[in-house]
Ligand binder design. Sequence first.
Ligand SMILES: Cc1cc2nc3c(=O)[nH]c(=O)nc-3n(C[C@H](O)[C@H](O)[C@H](O)COP(=O)(O)OP(=O)(O)OC[C@H]3O[C@@H](n4cnc5c(N)ncnc54)[C@H](O)[C@@H]3O)c2cc1C
Length: 486
Amino acid sequence: MNKTISIIGSGFSSLSAACYLAKEGYNVSIFEKNKTVGGRARQLIKDGFTFDIGPSWYWMPDIFEKFFNDFNKSTSDYYVLDKLSPAYKIFFSDDVITIGDHMDQICEEFERIESGSSKPLRKFIAQAQDHYNIAINKVVLKPGISPLELVTKDTITRVDRFFKTISTEVRKKFKNPKLISTLEFPVLFLGAKPSQTPSFYSFMNFADFGLGTWHPKGGMYEIIKAMRSLAESLGVTIHTNSTVEKINVENGKTTGITVNGKFVASDVVLSGADYHHSETLLDKNYRQYSEAYWDKRTFAPSSLLFYVGFNKKLNDIEHHNLFFDTDFEKHAEDIYDNPKWPENPLFYVNFPSVTDKSMAPEGCETGFFLIPIAPGLEDTAELRTQYFDIIINRFESLTNQKVKDNILFKESFCVKDFISEYNSYKGNAYGMANTLRQTAFLRPNLKSKKVDGLYFTGQLTVPGPGVPPSLISGKLVSELIHKKNV
Ligand SMILES: Cc1cc2nc3c(=O)[nH]c(=O)nc-3n(C[C@H](O)[C@H](O)[C@H](O)COP(=O)(O)OP(=O)(O)OC[C@H]3O[C@@H](n4cnc5c(N)ncnc54)[C@H](O)[C@@H]3O)c2cc1C
């Protein structure tokens, strides 16, 4: 009889693993505590406005394509992808930088800001492409079991790039602070400060300038719908409103899970829920990592988010807008070095309705505002209001328009919600940062060292945070499971 696999959670990594495992012939069931699937990528639909609750940047389209190709499908079988042009806009206190959708336009913009900067930019992006080819096509496809995975001809000949940081590299080549912030922005997706991130990780700059920013028509939730449809077509059963309360273990081997008070027998248990939470579902003697271990890790930021419906179209905005008119370094210190609410936060605003009419009612705008903050901060209604006022005032002044009286509704989401909705450790938004000390085999394992038949996937394990890495994480863990069970 085919083996039974129970998967905890229905985020990108769980859905990815479910598809690969079902394709191998296992009986796969997903158990999700919330009423809809998608994990951090859920959707809010209100009064004709559609919001992606979590991820909004569709980067690395090659990884999404490869995922669907593994099932003889293509992204175009499920959703329509548009390349955004421009990709995004960055507002500084005295200027606005627009990032076009190909290198020639981006070079022109760099020259406008710093004469002669397009030459080092092309060199930097060519090196970033080399890093991308090695990192994304080779290194991240390893399961993080042994340090030797990182020792290859490609990495040894570039070893210096693991010990220099992105910050040093960028500052060597560019002097203008606006260009420096522009080039440091992509590595924020990895969850750590650019001054703590190895220059090898400039592959994110190639993802940005080289591969471009895309948008699935209807929003990021279209990817979740596509993966759900693929999983179900392969025979996966999905249970929502199903909280897993315990991972059951007998004599060092998992026997199943307890869901809403009922035991579900399983040969293999795979958790795609936040790793720290997953381990709390085990008796203490079966946990691999102590509270002290988790406390010492560098976590990616949490976020204060607002989902806002505007009753008019707004001026001078793009689909993606970064507001870098305050001190980048100071905000990063408030997240990583001395966690506290930032005095002058940087923020990001997404208006998907600028390029996709389906996201808002006619003549209206769907706005998603995000302030990155340290995980674990105090989260109160007063603080949320105070910070909304700060950013909406700055938004009005930087885009030269009044919008406060045009707000139909606003909903917020912050640390407390990350904890209650996703069981997220300290309310992190996107997992554990990818620093040199938290890379590959130095991240929490895909396979439990203490419980036979128990596996983990998702943004706290290998390869790391973000939607594309979560898809890869699901593939890597399914390969480990299959290898052990064939
Ligand atoms: C605000 C925000 C913006 C982001 N922006 C981007 C972006 O633009 N681009 C990008 O690539 N990435 C982005 N990310 C990161 C990306 O969304 C995540 O890395 C990815 O979605 C993580 O997927 P996952 O499978 O690891 O886990 P999750 O999405 O966290 O899924 C875990 C699931 O497990 C469920 N669960 C937890 N406990 C239990 C339990 N006991 N029983 C049953 N179910 C349980 C949870 O409800 C959840 O559904 C963003 C994240 C956030 C929050």
